[in-house]
Write a protein that binds this ligand. Structure first.
Ligand code: HAM
Length: 417
């Protein structure tokens, strides 16, 4: 037998109602916020991600699924959703739309990571990117959306936020950090030594205890923001306070992708087995559109890991409230089965779900099957009922049975379903 690749998951039929539930919430909420859907290819030119996620990121350095296609082009399965959307924004002239342009996507992402319960090699993200506004209001809109999104699942999102600053204050801070780290550089892990040259800010994010210790007295980004960045960050925090959106400021939060420029955030909720898990993350990236060949355009966005979201929902005992069982089973042993097909078609056209025998089972076995399906009603039709244009219908939960005219069926169901 050939097994599923390591770090990937099948979505099985008995779990599909969870995905449907999540997608329904995404569809409803994006509509309320006037966010339109966008879809980009599962693979893109490798260069897009190298320039997008950045050469300093673990994603580009270690985790990409890259291969040469038959035309000798270097292709990469998308490790994240943002770069493809930005490429599409530029290539399709979406900047000609009235701004801000708000788009969302649901996409598979591929990262060659060490698989763990909450870490997959193929995962799915729901993401939003908002193009065109550099105003604090767009930050607030994104946080409000996320707050509404998680509350739709009865989750209180735990936001960690930080502000990376404009190019001047971020450059100044990077120099300060390099100066601080340099005398001790050989005592940091090899990843940090790489980060020192490629993107020194990422050292702040290192999970190795000895590196964390060495950085304990490092200068803090928050203390080194210029006046205007500091005012902007304060305004964002004040707006969140006014909206009762809870957050903590984590001055070491820099995120794993190189494109972020200002506000960065993660939704870090506590799980029983893993401690803190990032259900989502994002931030502002005002230089990426230009870096990928477009006109300078400020953008802010986020991505939420859907498998992680659903694992978290399971871990807190979330009730999906989705009813995945068919409404009706038609049990019959009559000669002309098209009578049953027609009846089923009529019931479906009226909005109810219905199943009937496709396996050539006898009546007794059909009842057994209907029981297993956990249907709400079983309709029984024999030759007599066909001739009299009647049917017998049994309410499986209440055990009540009625004999009605076939033409009364839809009314009967409307009153009871
Ligand atoms: P990210 O933080 O790399 O950001 O990923 C977003 C979310 O995807 C994570 O918070 C996590 O829930 C989920 N995720 C990431 N890797 C895995 C994995 N290996 N297994 C399961 N879930 C995973 C981005 O990708 C950015 N593109 C987000 C963004 C959009 N920033 C601005 N716009």
């Amino acid at each position: 037998m050939i097994n599923i690749p390591k770090g990937t998951k099948d979505m099985l039929p008995n779990e599909s109602f969870k995905w449907r539930h999540v997608y329904r919430i995404i569809d409803n909420l994006t509509k309320k916020y006037n966010i339109k859907e966008i879809a980009t290819p599962t693979f893109e030119s490798t260069e897009l991600f190298v320039r997008g996620a950045g050469e300093g990121s673990d994603i580009v350095n270690k985790e990409m699924y890259t291969f040469l296609d038959k035309g000798e082009r270097s292709i990469t399965l998308k490790p994240e959703g943002t770069a493809g959307v930005v490429r599409s924004f530029i290539e399709n002239g979406l900047f000609n739309n009235p701004l801000p342009l708000k788009v969302y996507y649901k996409t598979p992402c591929f990262r060659y990571e060490k698989p763990q319960a909450w870490r997959l090699r193929e995962h799915h993200q729901f993401g939003v990117e908002m193009f065109g506004s550099d105003n604090v209001e767009s930050e607030v809109e994104i946080f409000m959306f996320l707050n509404d999104f998680f509350r739709s699942f009865d989750i209180t999102p735990t936001f960690s936020i930080n502000y990376l600053g404009c190019s001047e204050c971020s450059q100044r801070y990077k120099n300060l950090l390099r100066d601080f780290v340099k005398p001790n550089l050989k005592n940091f892990c090899s990843d940090c030594n790489n980060r020192y040259n490629k993107n020194v800010l990422r050292m702040l994010d290192c999970k190795v205890d000895s590196c964390k210790e060495l950085l304990q007295c490092a200068p803090r980004l928050a203390d080194n923001l210029c006046e205007s960045c500091s005012a902007k960050f304060n305004k964002i925090k004040k707006s969140l306070d006014n909206l009762n959106i809870a957050y903590i400021v984590d001055t070491n939060l820099v995120r794993g992708l190189d494109y972020y420029t200002g506000t960065v955030f993660e939704i870090l909720n506590i799980t029983q087995d893993q401690g803190q898990v990032a259900l989502g993350g994002g931030g502002r990236y005002n230089n990426l559109v230009e870096e990928l060949g477009g006109k300078p355009t400020p953008v802010i966005g986020f991505g939420i890991g859907l498998e992680r979201l659903m694992m978290y929902l399971d871990s807190v005992g979330y009730k999906y409230g989705e009813d995945d069982t068919p409404d009706i089973y038609i049990a019959s042993a009559i000669e002309d089965s098209t009578v049953i097909s027609k009846l089923a078609s009529n019931i479906r056209q009226n909005g109810y779900s219905v199943e009937y025998d496709l396996m050539g089972r006898g009546l007794k076995a059909q009842f057994k099957y209907a029981d297993k399906l956990n249907v709400k009603f079983v309709i029984v039709i024999g030759e007599d009922e066909v001739n009299n244009k009647t049917l017998t219908i049994k309410n499986m939960q209440q055990g009540i049975q009625d004999s009605i005219k076939q033409e009364e069926l839809i009314n009967y169901l409307e009153e009871r379903l």
